[in-house]
Write a protein that binds this ligand. Structure first.
Ligand SMILES: Cc1cc2nc3c(=O)[nH]c(=O)nc-3n(C[C@H](O)[C@H](O)[C@H](O)COP(=O)(O)OP(=O)(O)OC[C@H]3O[C@@H](n4cnc5c(N)ncnc54)[C@H](O)[C@@H]3O)c2cc1C
Length: 119
């Protein structure tokens, strides 16, 4: 993570370890959220696609790849990183300006001499 551990406290699980100024790695962050789901007994379901959401008298009706669901409240957290958005200026930069986007799962290493890297 590029946010320090002290910022990872969650309601009911305030401490993210004994190194508040350190930065945990990806697997540790995943395990933190898994543990939190256990601590609060959250009914987490993964790999489910939501195809339709509609307001209902007592909340929302939700169509999913697992079938029909109902909820009192819904949080939309569909992310903003799935579709890379490059500024137009990126296409006008000279070839010797190394560019990469976080969307690339395994970006190429930068050349030994480059002017700039865009993330
Ligand atoms: C390289 C990088 C490093 C980062 N580092 C940090 C950091 O150190 N600290 C920090 O606080 N933040 C960091 N962030 C930002 C953080 O990752 C995001 O703010 C956070 O993940 C957003 O959470 P989210 O749940 O809204 O979206 P996401 O984490 O993008 O999750 C959205 C999920 O919704 C799913 N989804 C979309 N549509 C549907 C649908 N119709 N049905 C079902 N599922 C659907 C997607 O598949 C996805 O799994 C980083 C981001 C990037 C790209």
């Amino acid at each position: 993570m590029n946010t320090p551990n002290l910022a990872l406290g969650l309601p009911g699980m305030p401490s993210a370890g004994d190194e508040p100024d350190a930065f945990i790695r990806r697997i540790a962050a995943m395990n933190l959220f898994r543990k939190y789901a256990e601590v609060i007994d959250a009914p987490v379901r993964t790999g489910v696609e939501v195809t339709r959401l509609a307001a209902a008298a007592d909340g929302f009706t939700i169509e999913t790849s697992l079938g029909h669901m109902q909820a009192r409240n819904v949080v939309l957290a569909t992310g903003a990183y799935q579709a890379p958005k490059l500024p137009a200026v990126a296409g006008n930069l000279p070839q010797n300006v190394f560019q990469l986007h976080t969307h690339e799962p395994r970006p190429p290493p930068p050349p030994s001499s480059c002017l700039m890297a865009l993330c």
